[in-house]
Design a protein. Structure first.
Length: 517
């Protein structure tokens, strides 16, 4: 191939506004996305009827009480720091994602608060510093985890390393050796081996206070403290100073790998007794992965009653995962109660969200065209073979075959997560786009976990309101951006020059074009 210089141009700014249309829908849907009347009982109604009421209930996707019509969560815009609350479409219903889409058009939004629906005020906000990590933690990208529930578009909470939520001043959460129940619905394909993707009861001082001072659901494939069969992820309990998959420290053969796309995970804990339940949140019943005595050293618990999401009790924040809904109860829910809750979760009809006209199917060839007014003849292009830089270059019908090849990408299943994608070059080298130091490069896959994470991007609706943007899998608050004709993964505002807010939403939005080669 012919060595060529990278073309550079003069940037010029032009601001544009876009708005999303507002959805108007009401009621709950059951199973396969078919409209239905509102349910008479949601999970917290079921727990209350069984005498083990919810004392905290969190969800960005739906109401967890049939009578709940308050705010589900709050989002904040990067452009002006304004906030708005996201409510259900109807009492007892699904989140109104259209409110978020309209409010966050042309900018980046983070989830600043997840409201407690139980009435106890146990709201989750930015986790402060703790014994294992400085803080406060990064807030989750509000648009990172689109999905559908009951046929409605909703958003989950996508946690990347460094992110986390907490409430250290709670009301009515179980403490000491008191009994409690916990459940969560997670994305079973989004996990890592970092410590610790937890949801549940933790220390109130953000530190490791010893065995039994916390009791939270853990989801991941960390094996240092405990693990089950297969390669993970596993549903385990974080009891502090140990992740437990059963009565033994370390390996327990009855705890299976559980990686349903939508996974129900449950922990119940009482006086020297506890259980793990897991299942498919889209169908079927729960499996009892463990039920019996507590591990040695944990027979008398010392729970403190804080609530965490996405981190460990001491703010260990190197984990990854996606949360859709979850609760904490008082008392020890029976297996029949948990089965009824699982049936309710299945009735929600959680399903993948598909981008309109999604062109990013495995094996497809695409070229990605810049949408910033200065640069609409520019494409995401590799500087091969003169270097490994990826940026934006002008490509026309009269351009060389080499340049056209370097501006054409083969869509592959995401190297780190097949629900996202990776871009292999069409120039024959077999190399992939990956970010390193937040700059885009074209490099050979070395088989490492780091490379897989760096080379995985999640297509999302364009940050300008149309076309497409590509979220970094391991830095979910950053998107593929061209800046001064060099490619980066960039946040909307930040310490790097390429994080500049000016033209961010345009620079991070790409139009698909017929493959140039």
């Amino acid at each position: 191939m012919t060595v060529r210089p990278r073309l550079r141009h003069t940037r010029r700014a032009l601001l544009a506004l876009a708005a999303a249309t507002t959805l108007a829908a009401a009621g709950l849907l059951a199973g396969g996305g078919t409209p239905s009347r509102a349910a008479t009982q949601e999970p917290c109604d079921i727990y209350a009827s069984a005498g083990t009421p919810c004392v905290a209930a969190h969800s960005t996707t739906r109401a967890l009480y049939a009578a709940y019509n308050g705010a589900l969560y709050q989002v904040k815009r990067a452009s002006d720091s304004a906030t708005t609350n996201i409510f259900p479409l109807a009492t007892g219903g699904y989140a109104n994602a259209a409110t978020q889409d309209s409010f966050c058009a042309n900018t980046y939004c983070s989830i600043t608060e997840i409201y407690d629906q139980s009435g106890n005020g146990n709201n989750l906000t930015d986790a402060p510093a703790g014994g294992a990590a400085s803080g406060p933690d990064i807030l989750a990208n509000a648009a990172a985890a689109p999905t559908t529930a009951g046929g409605h578009k909703v958003y989950g909470v996508f946690i990347s390393p460094g992110m986390g939520y907490r409430d250290d001043s709670t009301k009515n959460i179980a403490t000491g050796n008191a009994s409690e129940g916990e459940y969560a619905v997670f994305d079973g394909s989004h996990y890592n081996n970092g410590c610790c993707f937890d949801y549940g009861n933790a220390e109130t001082n953000n530190d490791d206070d010893g065995n039994g001072t916390m009791e939270a659901i853990n989801f991941g494939n960390e094996t240092t403290w405990g693990y089950g069969t297969g390669s993970g992820p596993w549903i385990m309990a974080d009891l502090e100073n140990g992740l437990f998959s059963g009565v033994n420290a370390g390996y327990n053969s009855n705890d299976p790998t559980t990686n349903y796309r939508f996974t129900t995970a449950m922990i119940t804990g009482g006086a020297n007794v506890w259980a793990i339940y897991g299942g498919n949140a889209q169908s079927g019943s729960l499996a009892t992965d463990y039920s019996g005595a507590r591990p040695s050293g944990y027979t008398t618990m010392k729970k403190q009653g804080a609530i965490i999401l996405g981190i460990g009790g001491d703010n260990s924040d190197s984990s990854a995962g996606t949360f859709y809904e979850g609760v904490l109860t008082t008392g020890y829910p029976s297996s029949s109660t948990e089965a009824a809750v699982q049936s309710n979760i299945v009735s929600v009809g959680y399903a993948n969200y598909s981008l309109s006209g999604n062109p990013f199917t495995s094996g497809a060839k695409v070229s990605l065209k810049a949408t910033t007014p200065c640069c609409t003849s520019d494409y995401l292009t590799a500087d091969y073979p003169s270097g490994d830089e990826v940026g934006a270059d002008a490509v026309t019908s009269s351009s060389s075959t080499t340049l056209k090849e370097d501006a054409t990408w083969i869509v592959r299943p995401g190297l780190a997560n097949s629900n996202c994608i990776s871009f292999e070059t069409n120039n024959g080298s077999g190399d992939y786009i990956r970010h390193s130091g937040f700059q885009l490069h074209l490099q050979a896959n070395d088989g490492s976990t780091l490379f897989a994470n760096d080379a995985t991007f999640c297509p999302r609706t364009g940050n300008s309101g149309s076309n497409y943007s590509f979220m970094s899998y391991n830095y979910s608050y950053k998107y593929v951006r061209h800046y001064n004709y060099i490619g980066y993964v960039a946040s909307d505002g930040g310490s790097n020059t390429w994080d500049a807010s000016s033209l961010w939403y345009e620079d991070t939005t790409w139009a698909t074009a017929t493959a140039l080669s």
